[in-house]
Design a protein around this ligand. Structure first.
Ligand code: NAD
Length: 434
């Protein structure tokens, strides 16, 4: 730790919402930056820039509800760092969204985008709302008003939102239309994750799960784990978990346990994943699937498996369940699924954790392809997109693996080393303005 002495201290006390002692998502991110600082060499001089979002916008989003009353919601857009390019990161609609969470998610986007070397900074947005309580009309009005309120910050070469929890292609279409109406020109490149007919990219829907699978295969090769016959447990069987589960099963792995908001199912011989996906599409969840036994939710964490893929929510692997995990490898499909204490427990047990900031970067990588295709108005085939995605993920993962070996650190710290060096090198070359 002696190397951290070289790190300059902030010239002014941090505002309360940046207080590192408050261990919300932002506090966790600050701890991660502290862990990486000793490895940044002379770039540590610039590390304070990673601890302060560049720009935070908090907006009031009023809409008229269908019953005639006026409701107000709090919305956010945070640009964490723009040293390497325009901001990039999703928009989350959730009743528990906080500024601390959006700040942390925006910072993790800076790290993720630098880790896979796409030319973006990090940003994130959100509205504190439970969208299930709104009608389609109310949701559209909310999305359009929010887009107008953050309109001063976003743009195809400024900051490009995308879907995240509870937002989708339809919401991106409304955002694109609102921005285009406000600026007087159709601007498909202002958001990614759009429907394919509106400038969206083929392969985007499966991209995150495909990236999870790709880094999993690379890590398995490097650590001597055979995918053929490997037992896989997946938490969350939506976009990310469902695609990853399908690709692992197609490669000969056995999906032995799946948990989602409707329950936990188990089949030690491996499930028919195509049939499970069909069941989920019809019934809305894995509960009641005929090809597996029901299991207690808590038992999911101690299930006999080689690979565990958390692909649902934050903080799922914590100090209470990390000790029970039998997997040799954890691939983080979700953002922030492992608490720092759980991370240490897994590391001490010798479990290989492939961190979110590299493992789930497939989504933003194909978002980058979508943005490039929108700019050039020339669209690629799905095979071209998947091949480019796999190449980027493999190269990025190999680089992170080499750094982990060199410094004898976890893959999370190694990803932060690679990414933070890229961000701070760009910062240093650009210099301070004025
Ligand atoms: P999704 O809505 O398609 O699926 C979410 C899944 O989580 C569903 O199966 C749901 O049943 C399950 N779930 C919800 N609450 C649960 C609970 N309490 N216990 C167990 N399971 C529960 O969402 P998604 O797009 O697959 O995203 C999943 C995670 O991956 C999120 O953390 C998201 O931020 C992250 N992520 C997604 C993308 C992307 O491109 N979709 C990219 C990067 C990261």
């Amino acid at each position: 730790m002696s190397k951290t002495k070289d790190t300059p201290v902030a010239s002014h006390p941090l505002p309360s919402y940046l207080n590192p002692d408050h261990l919300g998502p932002w506090g966790i991110y600050l701890q991660q930056v502290d862990r990486v600082t000793p490895y940044l060499g002379s770039l540590a001089r610039w590390v304070e820039t990673l601890k302060r979002p560049k720009r935070i916008l908090v907006v009031d989003v009023p809409i008229e509800l269908d019953n005639g009353t006026i409701a107000h919601y709090e919305g956010y857009r945070v640009q964490h760092n723009l040293s390497r390019g325009p901001g990039k990161g999703g928009v989350r609609f959730h009743q528990d969204v906080t500024l601390s969470e959006v700040m942390a998610l925006s910072a993790w986007m800076s790290v993720k985008n630098a880790a896979v070397n796409v030319p973006y900074g990090g940003a994130k947005g959100g509205i504190r709302v439970d969208p299930r309580t709104l009608s389609v009309g109310e949701l559209e009005r909310l999305t359009r008003r929010y887009t107008s309120e953050i309109g001063m910050m976003i743009g195809p070469s400024k900051d490009i939102p995308a879907p995240d929890v509870n937002t989708n292609g339809q919401i991106m279409a409304w955002m694109m239309d609102t921005y285009s109406m406000n600026t007087g020109a159709t601007s498909t490149g202002v958001v990614t994750g759009k429907p394919v007919d509106l400038g969206g990219s083929l392969g985007r829907v499966e991209a995150t799960g495909r990236g999870v699978y790709t880094v999993g295969v690379e890590a398995a090769k490097l650590s001597g784990l055979n995918i053929q016959g490997a037992k896989v447990a997946v938490q969350g069987f939506g976009n990310v978990g469902g695609t990853a589960g399908k690709l692992f099963a197609e490669a000969g792995a056995l999906v032995v346990a799946v948990q989602d908001h409707t329950g936990t199912i188990h089949n030690a011989k491996g499930m028919d994943v195509a049939a499970l996906l069909e069941h989920v599409a019809k019934k809305g969840g894995v509960g009641g699937f005929a090809g597996a036994e029901k299991m207690e939710n808590e038992a999911f964490w101690s299930v006999n498996c080689d690979i565990l893929i958390p692909a649902a929510l934050e903080g799922q692997i914590n100090k209470d369940n990390a000790g029970k995990i039998k997997a040799k490898m954890v691939i983080e499909g979700a953002n922030g699924p492992t608490t720092p204490e759980a991370d240490d427990i897994l590391n001490d047990k010798g479990v290989l954790v492939l961190p979110d900031v590299i493992a789930n970067a497939g989504g933003v990588t194909v978002s980058y392809f979508e943005w490039v295709q929108d700019f050039s108005s020339f669209f690629w085939t799905e095979d071209e997109i998947n091949a480019r995605l796999v190449r980027i993920m493999q190269e990025a993962f190999a680089g992170v693996w080499a750094v982990a070996q060199e410094h004898k650190v976890t893959l999370r710290t190694a990803t932060f080393i690679v990414a933070c060096k890229r961000i701070l090198h760009a910062r240093e070359m650009r210099g301070l303005y004025p």
